[in-house]
Design a protein around this ligand. Sequence first.
Ligand code: BGC
Length: 467
Amino acid sequence: MSTSKNNNKMKFSTFLIFLIGALGGLLFGFDTGIISGASPLIETNFHLTITETGFITSSVLVGSAIGALCIGSLSDHYGRKRLLQWSAVLFLIGSALSMFAVGFVSMIIARIILGFAVGAASALTPAYLVELADTKHRGSLGTMFQLMITLGILLAYVSNLGFLHHNLLGVRDWRWMLGSALIPSLLLFFGSLILPESPRYLVKHGYISRARNILHKLRAGTSDDPDKELAGIEKLMSKKQGGLKTLFKIATPSILITIGLMFFQQFAGINAVIYFLPQIFIKSFHFATSDSIWISVGVGIVNFVSTVVAYKIMDHFNRKSVLIFGSIVMTVSLGLLAILNYTLSPSSTAVPTIILIMIYIVGFAVSWGPLVWVIMNEILPFSVRGVGAAIGSATNWICDFIVSQTLLTLLTFFGNNVGGPFAIYAILSFISMFFVIFLVPETRGKSLEQIETNEINRFHRKHAETK
Ligand code: BGC
């Protein structure tokens, strides 16, 4: 809990650094959320088949997995800040190309480029935020990435609603929807010019006094001692930077837990809701398109507001307790949803389904949404954090791809009863609870260096002994 308020108040300029640093999350949310509204319009305009339209949605996910994987060792070599700048350039190019795409092929190329940028941002941004944050606020500052993702999704839904059927200046509505991503891309580009480099990266490359200056600025007003922190970083940074081989040699349990966290986050079915809710309501409950788009705006608002709550409370509760709480809420809400949809008629289940989906979103948004990104970067040792985070993010995108590709098929398989696929996600959410209880280490309240030397080493030893 916070002690003396004044002693622990972060300066506004420091807060701004985190806000700009997290903008990659906003583009992540925007570029994945925008397509739900734009794709039916693009389909009509370019006379696409359903498969082609589906590929326009999923090409970003494929690009993201590749982008996340490629960025790993690059970010350990070139630094988080420089690569954030490069990804801002990719965001600009991808957004402009998708706005002016002339057909299926050019749209796919644009979406894959956007995917590279989204994937890179998903691996870089949380690592950057976690490395810059002080121990006390690391949970909430790391959550800022998720806050930006949810804001991006919400802005995308609002942009979909706002531009729909408005061909401003003679330019089609979907072009405005996709082109509006240029604004946050520009913000990220110019913002990243003033961002500081991660002090851990600077120490690693011998720029000690620059690292000291940055740490002193960032820690002003917090309870962390920047000089002590620097000494701790210097001690750890003497280890050689490692690649994939080192990752599995020194951090197998950490990377396996990271992969597990990403797997369970995605297989809780979040993107079945985020990307497909309108389609689910049209297919299962025969809703009109405009009504179902409004439901997704509702989901976007609940998702964002719950993440604001997560941001506020994150530093006060153990990470594991929050994850277990989220698993319970998701299991119960999805389980009830499945039972209701199998026992009552579709006309009487539509409203309870909406309410249960909102409860499910709250459960996800306060826990698994933000925490997987934070914990991944806390438990990976610095010398392999770049490459480890890349594998973690790529796992997230691959699982996302599988869930998105199978949802509509599953829905058809269960006779358009939404209870079918959601029962599967409920079972996986239930299992996730045991994964957290038995495998995930607690990281709150410890410095990254303490986690690396004590928690993770102890954890690795325990696992080596039980093998
Ligand atoms: C997930 C995304 C999801 C978003 C929803 C993120 O943490 O990785 O796949 O769309 O949360 O808010």
